[in-house]
Ligand binder design. Structure first.
Ligand code: RP5
Length: 168
């Protein structure tokens, strides 16, 4: 669960509530690091004005990063990036029809001058979106940076332990 006392720094938005079961790993990653976030449903196609308003007011509301997840014709991250100076992380959601290749291409293929940092479809995509947000926030937060460094050390320790077990 989100730490209600933590300042909300990350906006997690998705094109439909049907995306949530596939992307909730984003929130889990932020929870691990105690980063505050909000979760909203809004659609680049079904509620375009809501998306525009959200993106245009994000800086004033104290957000530092927006993570935008969508599937199919996944324009949500791009539309947010068009309306804010904040870094935007795009999360392509797997689809039944085309396996998420549709989501990936429509998220990642941004025109020059409007960057979106696109994560993987499925696999570690949602978790990596959360971790990438933590890394960005770590640049101006020494405590968070120390936590992330400890997390990286932990990863290396786990792999070393697995390798050592194989050598037994
Ligand atoms: C996209 O359309 C959403 O992000 C979702 O992945 C997809 C299907 O939405 P629903 O029809 O389930 O609401 O905009």
């Amino acid at each position: 669960m989100s730490d209600k006392t933590a300042a909300v720094k990350v906006g997690i938005i998705m094109g439909s509530d049907s995306d949530w079961p596939k992307i909730k790993g984003v929130a889990a990653a932020l929870d691990e690091f105690g980063v505050g976030y909000e979760v909203r449903v809004m659609s680049a196609h079904r509620t375009p004005h809501v998306v525009g308003e959200y993106a245009m007011t994000a800086v004033d509301r104290g957000l530092k990063i927006v993570i935008a997840a969508a599937g199919g014709a996944a324009h949500l991250a791009g539309v947010v990036a068009a309306h804010t100076t904040l870094p935007v992380i795009g999360l392509p959601v797997p689809t039944a029809e085309l396996g998420g290749l549709d989501s990936l291409l429509s998220t990642v293929q941004m025109p020059g001058d409007v960057p979106v940092a696109s994560m993987a479809v499925g696999m570690g995509g949602p978790r990596n979106a959360g971790l990438f947000a933590v890394q960005i926030l770590s640049l101006s937060d020494a405590d968070l940076a120390a936590k992330f460094a400890a997390f990286k050390t932990g990863l290396a320790d786990k792999i070393a332990a697995k390798d050592a077990k194989l050598q037994e």
